[in-house]
Design a protein around this ligand. Structure first.
Ligand code: SAH
Length: 378
């Protein structure tokens, strides 16, 4: 995997005898976060009681350990063996930004050099995190920074969890993460297995202990994957990125819709609701003069009528180089009023962390294509 590419780089940088010993060391060391289920077996092979697995897992998720050496209730020899066989972290924080409203954003570098973004949001008692599921994105939503260069690869479940652990370490010891949204870079349902595996650990009491009720998977809406999620693990909250009230417009804004269509998408969403009992969220990014007109609000109201759902309207967060604009506050108010008078439950998401490019994909893009820079309002 990524390790191999990394090693090739190392070969060119270090003298041969060192590179050989490094090779052996790096090749045998596996990320422990990918091996949590296998830990009891490995411990047995080491002649250790299996309860040590629980201790190690507690150090990783609850005691926020940064090294095996810190795991002081483990025998010294076991700590050394862990260090020999496993790596505790595979990612590296390339950039850390903080906004005045308490939002913090990390640009995280993966072992193969890939970059993803994740965000910590503070709102009252809430400590929510927004996590990426892929390097880049293949969905091609025309207004989104994440997909501008296509998708590079899926993240492993360990890489998804590591973002959560990096964000957790930004909190003081007496604060805990409370909510997770899979709204970072990538399409989570295009990487369903790894996302579900990571979220299972995040929601387990022995993991991060975040109730599945406080976990949201945001998706462009891939019906077969929604159906699979309903069959495998329907405890999570689903947010569907709708962005348009009719197929003609959605085909333009969310090109993957051309192969799906809103009717099929809503059917899959309704079926998920039936199985999960979890209220659906529909997301609608408001783009000036494109999907923010009164006729769009009326169509949207008709589309969502009768559903147990919340509509989350998000004023567009401008991306440099893209022609889309945030609507005026008048247009936003008018849009809201039409929906409210049709008895649709509407929430208007406030833009948080604008100054640190907290909208998905923006920070990575700045890094990947530094010459293109950012617009002055970001
Ligand atoms: N692929 C998933 C999750 C990623 S993005 C999805 O499509 O839902 C999470 C949400 O942010 C999506 O609703 C996405 O359309 C929206 N979004 C992307 N770029 C944005 C921008 N520049 N301003 C506001 N919202 C944006």
């Amino acid at each position: 995997m990524g390790t191999v590419i990394h090693l090739e780089k190392l070969f060119s940088l270090v003298p041969r005898p060192i590179s050989q010993s490094l090779t052996r060391r790096l090749l045998v060391r596996t990320p422990i976060i990918d091996q949590l289920d296998q830990l009891p077996t490995w411990l047995q092979q080491q002649g250790q009681p299996s309860f040590r697995a629980g201790q190690i897992i507690k150090w990783i998720f609850q005691q926020r350990a940064r090294s095996f050496a810190e795991m002081t209730d483990l025998p010294q020899a076991l700590r050394a063996a862990l260090d020999e066989h496993y790596t505790l972290t595979t990612v590296h924080i390339e950039k850390h930004d903080q906004a005045a409203d308490g939002t913090e954003k990390l640009l995280v570098q993966l072992q193969d050099g890939g970059l993803v973004e994740c965000v910590l949001l503070r709102e009252g008692d809430r400590r929510s995190i927004c996590v990426s599921s892929q390097v880049g994105c293949a969905m091609g939503c025309v207004f989104c920074a994440s997909g501008l260069d296509g998708v590079m690869r899926n993240l492993t479940s360990g890489e998804i969890l590591e973002q959560m652990l990096c964000l957790q370490k930004l909190l003081p010891d007496d604060e805990r993460l409370s909510h997770i949204v899979m709204m970072g870079m990538g399409e989570p349902l295009a990487n369903l297995e790894n996302v579900v595996q990571a979220l299972a650990w995040a929601s387990r009491d022995t993991g991060l202990g975040i109730s599945p009720r406080r976990v949201t998977i945001s998706t462009v809406g891939l019906p077969p994957a929604i159906e699979k999620l309903a069959r495998t693990d329907s405890r999570f909250h689903l947010a569907i990125s709708l962005h348009a009230p009719n197929d003609e417009l959605r085909n333009e804004l969310v090109p993957v819709n051309q192969k799906i269509g809103i009717r099929k998408l809503l059917q899959a969403a309704d079926d998920y609701f039936t199985v999960s009992g979890r209220k659906l969220t529909f997301e609608y990014v408001l783009l000036a003069d494109i999907n923010d007109q009164p006729e769009h609000a009326h169509q949207l109201a008709r589309l969502l009528q009768g559903r147990t759902a919340i509509l989350n309207v998000i004023p567009y967060n401008p991306v440099q180089g893209l022609p889309y604009r945030t609507p005026s506050s008048r247009a936003i108010r008018q849009f809201r009023e039409i929906l409210q008078s049709a008895k649709i439950v509407v929430k208007f998401r406030q833009r948080k962390g604008d100054k640190i490019n907290a909208a998905c994909g923006q920070l990575r893009r700045q890094k990947v294509q530094p010459l293109q820079g950012r617009s002055s309002d970001q």
